[in-house]
Write a protein that binds this ligand. Structure first.
Ligand SMILES: CC(=O)SCCNC(=O)CCNC(=O)[C@H](O)C(C)(C)COP(=O)(O)OP(=O)(O)OC[C@H]1O[C@@H](n2cnc3c(N)ncnc32)[C@H](O)[C@@H]1OP(=O)(O)O
Ligand SMILES: CCCC(=O)O
Length: 445
């Protein structure tokens, strides 16, 4: 049987394919913008016949039907490695649950049997003449998840770009149980327009950048602002090595800033593990030989990052305390996102010879009642989860400046951290620091 005959034989409707799921099964979806939308809808339609089915995913970019169609969770429990804005709402409502993880270790949870998979449902690009399907936007922990799965269903989508990979970037028709076809648009996350504060934060980081560095930047307004600043600057010969490829990088490629020529590892290739952005970004990636996807266990491994020498990592956080502990995933016990790759990149950037890691946030946060709070807190007491411990705290950034914390004693840290707090909160932070015995009377601010 040739590959086209095999494809035809395995091609079924989504409704037919999901009949393979049994009560009690664990079902994994391909993560983020590779969401298998038609299979999810077909599985949700079986809510009255199934019970105790666990679905696992990360960073949902569209409403998830196994959650929407089963509000009382009679059939489905939705579990997440990392939360998007949509997921955050589900978690707020008690309809989804976060699984703590480090992205560099995520694949090992599958290979070590901690995360069982009965049925994997993944979105892929159309089959090539040799019978292979590219994983496209999501390399992540795909291979480990598929290796662990008893059954595999492909949702083939012509909108999914073909992406060249380092390894573990495709699957063959002979390895799958069923194929379904979908033409739904992929999820998009073009990233917000930068605010004035985002621009100031980006401006504070910019002097630390120089020709030839390799950059890891995340998603959102601040990375977009930084992308814009670099695109308009004289910087040149930058490299890309990032967990997440977002539109910030598209700007840099279009401005000719990224050549990957100075990278000591994967020279000449921009490396990413998941992509989350606009359709322009997805088109840019399609058959782009300059760019390569790689598994999270490689991209996020501090041992890999260490070899990149002039490596600069820039990520966001929610709040920090005067000891230099950083919370990036909760507000009190309210779950916001996840550890994701933050600690991986902070650790790896420190290990790189001239590496630098930045964690950025605005100095204040306005709650839904309009009240302004300092994101710099005297101490964490409300259940906030520590994403980056004080022993690893890197350069902290707000619109008021940059605080380098490595090697500083508690009083020096308190001084450095208060110097980047909003001026309206500095006096009360100093008072708290005094009470906590981490303030020297002679200190300046
Ligand atoms: C994406 C990458 O960078 S890849 C590798 C690194 N990974 C990480 O760093 C993971 C951890 N970091 C993150 O997830 C993000 O950087 C974040 C969540 C810290 C910031 O991302 P942003 O998109 O700028 O967050 P945003 O400002 O939209 O806030 C997200 C939510 O947190 C809430 N929030 C933010 N700060 C606070 C705060 N201090 N107190 C209470 N709630 C807060 C917001 O209200 C929002 O909730 P809502 O959706 O109900 O309105
Ligand atoms: C999409 C971002 C995942 C992470 O924070 O690591």
């Amino acid at each position: 049987m040739n590959v086209y005959e095999e494809y035809k034989k395995k091609l079924v409707s989504a409704e037919e394919a999901v009949k393979i799921v049994k009560s009690g099964d664990w079902v994994d979806y391909s993560q983020t913008c590779s969401f298998p939308e038609d299979l999810d809808a077909a599985l949700a339609a079986r809510r009255d016949e199934l019970e105790d089915v666990n679905v696992r995913n990360a960073i949902s970019m569209k409403p998830v039907q196994v959650v929407e169609q089963d509000p009382d969770q009679k059939a489905f429990t939705y579990n997440l490695w990392h939360c998007s804005g949509i997921d955050r709402k589900y978690v707020d409502q008690g309809r989804a649950f976060y699984s703590p993880m480090l992205f560099r270790n995520c694949g090992s949870y599958y290979t070590r049997g901690y995360a069982p998979v009965n049925v994997a449902m993944i979105t892929v690009a159309p089959m090539d003449k040799n019978g292979y399907f590219s994983y496209g936007l999501t390399n992540c922990c795909m291979q480990e998840m598929l290796d662990a799965a008893d059954h595999i269903i492909l949702e083939v989508n012509p909108n999914m770009p073909f992406v060249f990979g380092m390894e573990c970037d495709h699957i063959h028709i002979s390895e799958v149980d069923y194929v379904v076809e979908s033409t739904k648009p992929l999820g998009i996350a073009p990233g917000g327009a930068p605010s004035e504060i985002d621009k100031k934060i980006a401006g504070n980081i910019f002097p630390y950048l120089y020709d030839g560095i390799t950059l890891q930047i995340g998603i959102g307004g601040m990375p977009n602002a930084l992308g814009g600043l670099i695109a308009d600057s004289d910087l040149k010969d930058l490299g890309m090595h990032t967990e997440l490829m977002s539109d910030g990088y598209l700007k840099l490629y279009q401005a000719g800033k990224i050549t990957n020529k100075k990278k000591l590892l994967n020279r000449g290739k921009g490396v990413f593990s998941i992509c989350n952005g606009s359709t322009d970004l997805y088109e840019f990636l399609d058959h782009n030989i300059d760019i390569m996807s790689a598994p999270m266990r490689y991209v996020n491994n501090p041992e890999t990052i260490r070899q990149l020498d002039h490596f600069v990592s820039i990520n966001g956080c929610v709040s920090m305390d005067l000891y230099g502990q950083v919370c990036s995933e909760t507000s009190g016990t309210r779950h916001i996102s996840g550890t994701g790759g933050q600690l991986d990149f902070v650790t790896g950037a420190y290990a790189a010879e001239h590496g630098q890691a930045f964690l950025a946030m605005s100095s204040t946060f306005k709650d839904k009642q309009g009240e302004v709070h300092s994101r710099i807190l005297p101490k964490f007491t409300a259940g906030d989860v520590i994403t980056t411990p004080r022993t690893q705290a890197p350069r902290m950034v707000t619109e008021y400046g940059v605080a380098q914390l490595s090697g500083l004693a508690t009083w020096q840290r308190a001084e450095a951290i208060i110097s980047i707090a909003h001026p309206d909160f500095r006096d009360e932070l100093i008072k708290a620091a005094e009470e906590q015995k981490i303030w020297r009377r002679s200190n300046k601010r």
